[in-house]
Design a protein around this ligand. Structure first.
Ligand SMILES: C[C@H](O)[C@H](O)[C@H]1CNC2=NC(N)=NC(=O)C2=N1
Length: 101
């Protein structure tokens, strides 16, 4: 479950995750992390989304690395236990997309 994905597996999962997203909203594999920069209408929208994600992160026992300034949240997902990207990162990424208002 938390095994590190090889490059082919990660690229396949990335393709699935990005399949419904427009070109400017796609996730990117970068430096061993699954990354995306989200932009919201304002800080409250950004922080509200982060709060919902936080509840799911606890439930999944998998936590995001993220950086928030005003309406922007830069996300970088990785699985420390696996030393790279695992299915859990893609699961959390998909949850983040589903929680967008
Ligand atoms: C014991 C506990 O489930 C682990 O330490 C979890 C917690 N949250 C985690 N979050 C992330 N992003 N990577 C992990 O390897 C990880 N490990």
């Amino acid at each position: 479950m938390t095994a590190k994905l090889n490059i082919d597996e990660a690229n396949n999962a990335l393709k699935d995750l990005n399949s419904c997203l427009s070109e400017d909203k796609k996730w990117i594999l970068q430096d061993g992390k699954l990354t995306k920069s989200f932009t919201f209408r304002n800080f409250i929208r950004a922080f509200g989304w982060m709060t919902e994600v936080a509840i799911w992160a606890e439930k999944l026992k998998h936590h995001p690395e993220w950086f928030n300034v005003y309406n922007r949240v830069d996300v970088a997902l990785t699985t420390h236990d696996a030393g790279g990207i695992s299915e859990l990162d893609f699961k959390l990424a998909a949850k983040m997309e589903s929680l967008l208002a």
